[in-house]
Design a protein around this ligand. Structure first.
Ligand code: PHE
Length: 341
């Protein structure tokens, strides 16, 4: 009997349980009620008394060995099956397509304008959206109580210290001129805020791009050439421009630039108010007071600045009639500006 136990021990140890069938055969032979170990247990009473203890212990050892080995192998097979299920996706499931986003039309226009100016040596500058009175107004030659402040319906945040939501990106030109030495040749895109009633034509949040060039001997002719280049790159090489005198506190002289839109259709007539011309941006020569406010010598340096609304240009380019569409994030609108396929 003891020899038999030794034999079975070797057999259990050698058993390879790499699949379900072998596992089940192993269970039947060594673990089930009718297993060989069970049979041998039944025969203990026939064993000579002096061997009985050893045989009993030997059979218990076999039982534990077999159960241990069975459990371990069953677990391993289980894990293996799980892994196989993970590695093999169910190819019969319906497809869940990845929805690609699109670049917002405002970002597309901004990127286009920025790249047009980068090509002629402008770099990109940034500034805060929460601004003090000095950078948004006073340094830009808006004296206290000057009526021009009324033109920009301001959101005030606090009185002391005075904080406003910037009403234009012109604050960035002040911050730049205060902190660096000329020459400057920068383009400054950003969000601006005005306390206006929201309508199809106006919003309380919109985007501007401002440009600034300050150096020795910068002339109005440079401004005009730069803007003409921009208009042709943005609206096509046949684009015509005109400059009309205007007023901004921070530029002198100041102008507004129109592009010729045409008068071919009734819609053209409506959008250009019957003139064929459309206003695109404000511009002018940086007022000497503004340079002086930033400790730049107006006798030595001159400069030009211009500013435009990104929403307005996007609306013109794509014939969009309601500015509110830009802020609603309706994917049916945004998908029309997909640049991918
Ligand atoms: N800051 C002006 C505005 O918001 C635009 C502008 C910028 C005009 C620079 C002239 C020069 O209306």
């Amino acid at each position: 009997m003891l020899d038999k136990i030794k034999e079975l021990k070797a057999e259990i140890e050698a058993a390879q349980l790499e699949n379900k069938e072998k596992l089940e055969a192993f269970r039947l032979r060594f673990i089930s009620r009718k297993s060989i170990i069970g049979d041998l247990m039944g025969e203990i009473r026939n064993v000579a008394a002096e061997q009985r203890k050893d045989v009993g212990q030997g059979l218990n050892m076999l039982k534990n060995l077999a159960t241990g080995k069975f459990k371990e192998a069953a677990e391993e097979l289980d894990n293996l099956n799980n892994n196989i299920n993970e590695a093999q996706p169910d190819l019969t499931l319906p497809d869940v397509p990845n929805q690609l986003g699109t670049i917002h039309p405002i970002s597309q226009t901004r990127d286009k304008i920025v790249s047009i100016f980068q090509r002629i040596g402008f770099n990109v500058a940034d500034g805060p959206e929460i601004e003090d009175d000095w950078h948004n107004f006073t340094a830009l030659n808006f004296p206290p109580n000057h009526p021009a402040r009324e033109m920009q319906d301001t959101f005030f945040i606090s009185k002391n210290p005075d904080k406003v939501l910037r009403t234009h990106t012109s604050n960035v030109q002040i911050r730049m001129m205060e902190n660096q030495e000329p020459p400057f040749r920068s383009i400054m895109p950003g969000r601006v805020f005005r306390n206006e009633a929201i309508s199809a034509r106006a919003h309380c949040i919109f985007h501007q791009i401002e440009g600034l060039y300050v150096n020795e001997n910068v002339s109005f002719q440079d401004l005009k050439n730069t803007l003409y280049y921009f208009a042709k790159e943005m609206f096509g090489s046949n684009t015509k421009i005109r400059l009309r005198p205007s007023y901004f506190p921070f530029t002198e002289p100041s102008a507004e630039m129109d592009i010729y839109w045409g008068l071919k259709t009734e819609a053209d007539r409506k959008i250009t108010k019957g003139t064929g011309w459309l206003e695109i941006l404000g511009c002018g020569m940086v007022d000497p007071n503004v340079l002086a406010n930033c400790n730049i010598d107006p006798e030595k340096y001159t400069g030009f600045a211009f500013g435009m609304g990104i929403e307005r240009i996007t609306m013109l380019k794509h014939k969009i009639e309601d500015i509110r569409l830009f802020f609603e994030n309706d994917v049916r609108f945004l998908r029309q500006f997909s640049t991918i396929g």
